[in-house]
Design a protein around this ligand. Sequence first.
Ligand code: ADP
Ligand code: MG
Length: 318
Amino acid sequence: MSELAIETKNLSMTYGRGKSTVKALRGVDFKLDNGENYCLLGPNGTGKTTFIRCILGLLKCEGDINVLGYEMPHERDKIISKIGYMPQAISLYPDLSVKESLHFFGKIFGINNRQIRNKSVNKILDLFLLRKWKNTRVDNLSGGMKRRLSLACTLIHEPMLLILDEPTVGIDPNLRLNFWNYFNDLNDNGVTIITTTHIMDEAEKSKMIGFMRSGKLIAEGTFHDLKKRVPGNRKLIIETKEETTQKSAKSIQEEYSLKTIFHNFRLEVLYNDDAIIDGILSLVRKYNKITSILTVEPSLEDTFIFFSNENSKEVMSK
Ligand SMILES: Nc1ncnc2c1ncn2[C@@H]1O[C@H](COP(=O)(O)OP(=O)(O)O)[C@@H](O)[C@H]1O
Ligand SMILES: [Mg+2]
């Protein structure tokens, strides 16, 4: 088997024709090793779903796509039973019961009723807290239950590659945590996983993170690696007595060329040399009375903002 689960070369995709076109992907080169646990992170409308659908051979696009050693979309039939895909918009049949849905999706992916019984539907129903509702029609389930069932249907054929597009949308925080823990367990058992999210702290639960912006993959690595690549890899948080932190922020930018974020009573400075802290504080004291000072590691959000700014010129010019 191929070492790579997914590889794309110069993947581009444009929606529409003539004047009203949207360039959703702009030359994405992507590699995912077998056994990886990868999260594609980026704001809404940045191309995550389009990328996923291209990988699955569901959209016409330009560039090369290889999944589990097969060329997409031509060889899609050969591998579709090895892939579990949970789309962003839930696609279940309202008239089927919970149990019937599991059987239905199992059949689509090539396993028969006996095999499904052997795989113990009850086990999967328990796992997703659905046993009580096994005879309930999809129509009558809550949003959270539908999403749980949707994931159960994605997993019924025990896929080796799991592709989950915003799997936790509409799910309460407790269950959301359970979902991510469950993905990590599957990954520990050898399943390759790629998820998408626009929620920063969810992405931190994956081993590898890819940042997407305006149809491009702008940076990737572990959270630790990405943080290290940010020049100001520490953050100074200064709280002030007054709301007017804008002048302080501007003077720090001018004096030290450091990235600052200000909102109301709070000023944040990304820096990497403790020696300049005193200088920064003196500048702030010219305009504001300081009430507290804290230094922390930058968050994933800070890291994303850094990479977004660094790539913005290039992305905008294409
Ligand atoms: N069916 C479609 N027709 C036209 N434009 C689309 C369609 N689907 C998505 N887009 C556009 O393509 C871009 C990428 O969308 P999408 O892949 O859904 O992003 P994400 O999943 O990151 O939110 C957006 O500008 C979106 O408006
Ligand atoms: Mg999407």
